[in-house]
Design a protein around this ligand. Structure first.
Ligand code: ADP
Ligand code: ADP
Ligand code: MG
Length: 668
């Protein structure tokens, strides 16, 4: 079919996605006057994207295969809601040619390229063959049809180690393994194939030379159905973990103007090779000197906002105009680069525990007001639940400023002023990352995070006088509020107390650290706090952001405090603190959970058993691999011992808290 026949004006748009990107698309579609239809799974009934859309249609059960990845149900939802077009977002069905075809067959406009373009560019192998022909520089490698072990081994030898084994259908850094020597190759292929088969239903592999100290540079392109194609400058996404982007910026601080022109020209050449229509990204790796094509993503990308902030273009609006069949609104020489933008991906995960995903109810979600170069694209609100069924990305914090340094400062401030409770997030890790001197100096490569992990996941800061006093003040404020609600006064009311000094002691503990106490002295004269022999005059007053101002010895500072029973969360100028309030009347001893049992931290699927019953295990030895929220997580021995039992098998779907294995400590 001629591509121009596929694009036409529409008034109702279905967004075949969830989370942050569904919300992002709805915002622009609504601004253009379109009616929006959300789709959702049973786990997402109360999700933010459902609340935002004009209409919403239930697709099916939580599992993506039964809902967001189910082509028939999405098409049926479009029919039922009277939608005329479908925006696929990223992930899910966004690069699925069958889906694009099904949309066309159902008379729906697919907001994206045609199925043919997707087929040509969607497979890494296929696109590399095309790029080879078009004369775009490639990483040396093998991307042939033959997949037998001998062919792959010979190819790897010819290319020379280290090599990267990659799933041709891959995405999101999955199905990819670095192989440093011939002896590791076979095992790497087996595990990459397993991951690729599970994730993409396709286990074909390609092999590439592993570029040393690689940087990731990519170019945003967009084409219309009238033959116009533009590049919208490049992004640098070198800060990655497990081949997944974590922080992205535009423009690349690594390229000079000439290199920028060259990489953008190469990208236009690549996209022109398929007369590309829609938004897309041409990805390159760079060894610091040259850039090599690695793949094209035929969709909007997670990191598109940094391009929007330096060009002033709303990419979703442009995608929709292209889908209307319109001509792109600007010519190449009218696309201007202004300032610098940087984005950080906020995930529900625990960087201090090997980035284990975190699921559950978001009890608190407080982000700073977007303004002044700060943008927050979120897919969740306070009270929402993060389901273990989907990607753990919650939001993106994006900052713009005239210079890179200023943009980094704004981003960091945006991260620092964010409070999330109920689930664990990577926000402190992101702050540590963007303020790291090597990141400031742009002395990084894609292995940076892995190497620097220790410094990026520091132990929590030790609470000082300010934090202990703030904790006591937070409890007093909370008690005062509660007592006002009950309409009778507690100890704070003057006159209630007998004459003379009285004292109340607050004791706190951070983690397993020693307990520390603050004393409140009151009765006659102004109340004071003391820690040891240090005395502090203090006062506190409410602030408009929900926190309070604490004045301690004449210095006022803003405190964010959240109290959940005996658990106190504080954010002061010194960082974030989690304190346990040791209440003398509270009955406090919690039991330690038995650590010899290896339990599923979240619902997941057992994908590999890595040790045998009876085996002697070092502390940290791998026992089994679980797939949780699309990521493989290896569960390890908590201490040296013997593997006493394995209570699951490969393929088991296990619920949170289920015991999977048992380790017996070595007698010492
Ligand atoms: P890539 O990593 O493939 O180069 P992106 O950086 O744009 O491209 O990331 C796309 C990834 O986003 C997908 O591979 C997937 O892991 C993740 N993802 C997909 N859908 C969603 C969603 N609705 N919310 C959050 N993350 C998603
Ligand atoms: P995905 O579809 O998962 O995004 P990519 O081919 O884009 O797969 O690779 C993901 C990341 O892995 C890249 O962003 C880059 O940092 C790294 N990478 C890919 N190919 C190479 C290579 N040949 N040498 C070094 N690093 C690479
Ligand atoms: Mg990629």
């Amino acid at each position: 079919m001629k591509s121009s026949a596929l694009y036409r004006r529409f008034r109702t748009l279905l967004i075949a996605n969830r989370g942050e990107i569904a919300c992002r698309v709805i915002r622009s579609a609504r601004a253009m006057g379109l009616r929006t239809v959300a789709v959702y799974s049973e786990a997402d009934r109360d999700a933010m994207h459902v609340a935002m859309a004009d209409e919403a249609v239930l697709l099916g059960p939580a599992r993506a295969r039964d809902s967001y990845l189910n082509i028939e149900r999405v098409i049926e939802a479009a029919r039922k809601s009277g939608a005329e077009a479908v925006h696929p977002g990223y992930g899910f069905l966004s690069e699925n040619a069958e889906f694009a075809e099904a949309c066309a067959a159902a008379g729906l406009v697919f907001v994206g390229p045609t199925a043919d373009m997707m087929r040509a560019m969607g497979s890494k192998s296929g696109s590399k063959m095309l790029m080879e022909k078009a004369g775009v520089p490639l990483v040396p490698g093998y991307h042939g049809e033959a997949q037998d072990e001998a062919t792959l081994a010979k190819a790897a030898d010819r290319i020379g180690f280290p090599v990267l084994v990659k799933a041709s259908a891959g995405g999101g850094g999955r199905g990819m393994r670095i192989v440093r020597s011939a002896t590791e190759l076979a095992a790497a292929i087996v595990s990459a194939k397993r991951e690729a088969k599970a994730a993409f239903g396709d286990d074909r592999m390609l092999i590439e030379k592993f570029v040393q100290n690689p940087r990731h540079i990519e170019v945003q392109v967009i084409g219309d159905s009238q033959g116009n194609l533009l590049s919208l400058f490049e992004r640098e996404c070198t800060l990655q973990r497990r081949h997944q982007k974590v922080v992205e910026e535009a423009p690349s601080p690594t390229l000079n103007a000439m290199q920028r022109d060259a990489v953008c020209a190469a990208a236009r050449k690549a996209a022109s090779a398929v007369n590309y229509v829609g938004a897309g990204t041409i990805e390159f790796v760079s060894d610091g000197k040259d850039v090599f094509f690695i793949e094209m993503n035929t969709r909007l990308q997670v990191e598109h906002p940094v391009t929007e902030l330096i060009t002033g273009i709303d990419l979703v609006e442009w995608q929709l105009r292209v889908a209307f069949g319109e001509k792109l609104p600007l010519a190449q020489d009218k696309i201007r680069l202004n300032g610098h933008a940087i984005e950080a991906r906020v995930y529900a995960e625990n960087p201090r525990k090997n980035f284990m995903p975190s699921a559950g109810r978001i009890k608190t979600w407080r982000t700073p007001e977007p303004s002044n170069g700060l943008r927050i694209d979120a897919g969740y609100r306070e009270g929402d639940t993060v389901s273990p069924n989907y990607d753990a990305m919650l939001a993106k914090v994006i900052a713009w400023a005239p210079t890179r340094d200023a943009a980094i400062e704004r981003l960091n401030r945006g991260l620092e002023d964010t409070d999330v409770r109920g689930i664990v997030t990577n926000i402190p890790f992101l702050s540590a990352l963007v303020t790291h001197p090597a990141v400031r100096a742009n002395k990084i490569d894609t292995g940076f995070i892995e190497r620097e992990l220790k410094n990026l996941t520091p132990s929590p800061a030790v609470p000082g006088d300010l934090e202990l006093c703030a904790a006591a003040a937070a409890i007093m404020r909370e008690e005062e509020k509660a007592s006002k609600a009950e309409a009778h006064s507690p100890w704070l009311t003057s006159g209630w107390m007998p004459v003379g000094r009285r004292q109340r002691v607050f004791t706190f503990r951070q983690g397993q650290e020693a307990e520390r106490s603050v004393s409140l002295h009151y009765g006659s004269g102004p109340a004071k706090l003391s820690i040891g022999d240090r005395e502090f005059a203090f006062a506190s007053s409410p602030a408009d952001d929900g926190g309070f101002d604490l004045t301690l010895d004449g210095v006022k500072s803003r405190i964010a405090a959240i109290i959940e029973g005996h658990e106190l969360y504080l954010r002061t100028r010194n960082g974030r603190f989690d304190l346990h309030w040791v209440d003398p009347f509270g009955g406090d001893d919690e039991e330690q959970v038995g650590e010899d049992k290896i339990v599923a931290p979240l619902p997941g699927t057992v994908v590999a058993l890595l040790a045998q019953v009876g085996a002697t295990l070092e502390k940290g030895a791998p026992i089994l691999t679980l797939e949780v929220m699309k990521m493989e997580q290896t569960l390890r021995a908590p201490f040296a011992g013997t593997l006493k039992a394995i209570k699951c098998k490969v393929g088991d779907i296990v619920q949170e808290g289920v015991e999977l294995a048992e380790v017996e400590p070595v007698a010492s």
